[in-house]
Design a protein around this ligand. Sequence first.
Ligand code: RET
Length: 217
Amino acid sequence: MTLGTLAFLAMGWNETDERKKTYYIVTTFIPAIAAVSYFSMATGFGVIDIPNHDYPVYWARYADWLFTTPLLLLDLALLAGASRNTIGTLVGLDIAMIVTGLGGALATEGAALRIAWWGISCGFFLVLLYFLVGRLTARAQEQPGEVGSLFGTLRNLTMVLWFAYPVVWLVGTEGLAIVGIVPETAIFMVLDLSAKVGFGFLLLRSHAVLDSVETDT
Ligand code: RET
């Protein structure tokens, strides 16, 4: 995550166009926040033991997602030229999804209740996907040049990777504990790296495309 942050910083350092700078700023903060979150988990601060819980809770994961997932959505929304209202709706749904997911991870009243929180979080997630696939895609297709196709690539990557999070959560230690804490942590790490650094590289290497985005805010 730190290397990704430094790479994005270097890529955007000499950018003079104000509009394109926005993508660099948003995209660089994403792995930077994750680097701090992983540092806190590696050193023990980002992990808590909760009474009546079989496994420790990595709360810092949710702190990371609380900030980085809205920033990822902001990147997509800016690319699509979405309105402030659409951006606000997406971010609101996303925050609700992460906070209710944290509710599930912290719940101490047994597996059934944890799964109920998971279901609520998935509800927000599905509405979010509806906006991403419907509203944002329609807006992105009205954009000139290659914007629509870059948006399509990033949206598909986002959908595939983001879908894996609730699945890993459900089979992992927060949910049914079919998968142990070590493989769960490893899978989340690969997902996080792809959804943040992989996504960022795909977006920022497309300089010419970013030039042609028209905004509607
Ligand atoms: C949770 C809880 C269970 C239900 C759902 C979840 C969704 C999480 C997602 C996270 C995405 C994170 C990313 C991080 C970094 O780049 C919170 C696991 C639906 C979609 C993209």
